[in-house]
Design a protein around this ligand. Structure first.
Ligand code: SF4
Length: 67
């Protein structure tokens, strides 16, 4: 079943890196943004904790992206 994170259109990470071809990046997008780990996304956790979105460069795993 196709599923997508409800923040897909507003998420800074996805907007910046959604089209990037980097394999690791694609893997995270498939697991989190478009997969069953979307509820474990660290960006969402950060937003809940801090009341604001994290840097666009924070990946759903919570690590900073390195391309
Ligand atoms: S990084 Fe997290 S908040 Fe952003 S689209 Fe992916 S799952 Fe959703």
């Amino acid at each position: 079943m196709a599923q997508e994170c409800e923040k897909l259109t507003t998420c800074g990470f996805f907007r910046k890196y959604g089209e990037v071809k980097d394999l690791a990046c694609r893997g995270f997008i498939n697991q989190y943004c478009k997969g069953d780990k979307m509820d474990q996304c660290k960006r969402k956790e950060y937003s809940r904790k801090h009341g604001e979105a994290p840097s666009d460069d924070m990946m759903p795993t919570g690590h900073n992206i390195r391309l």
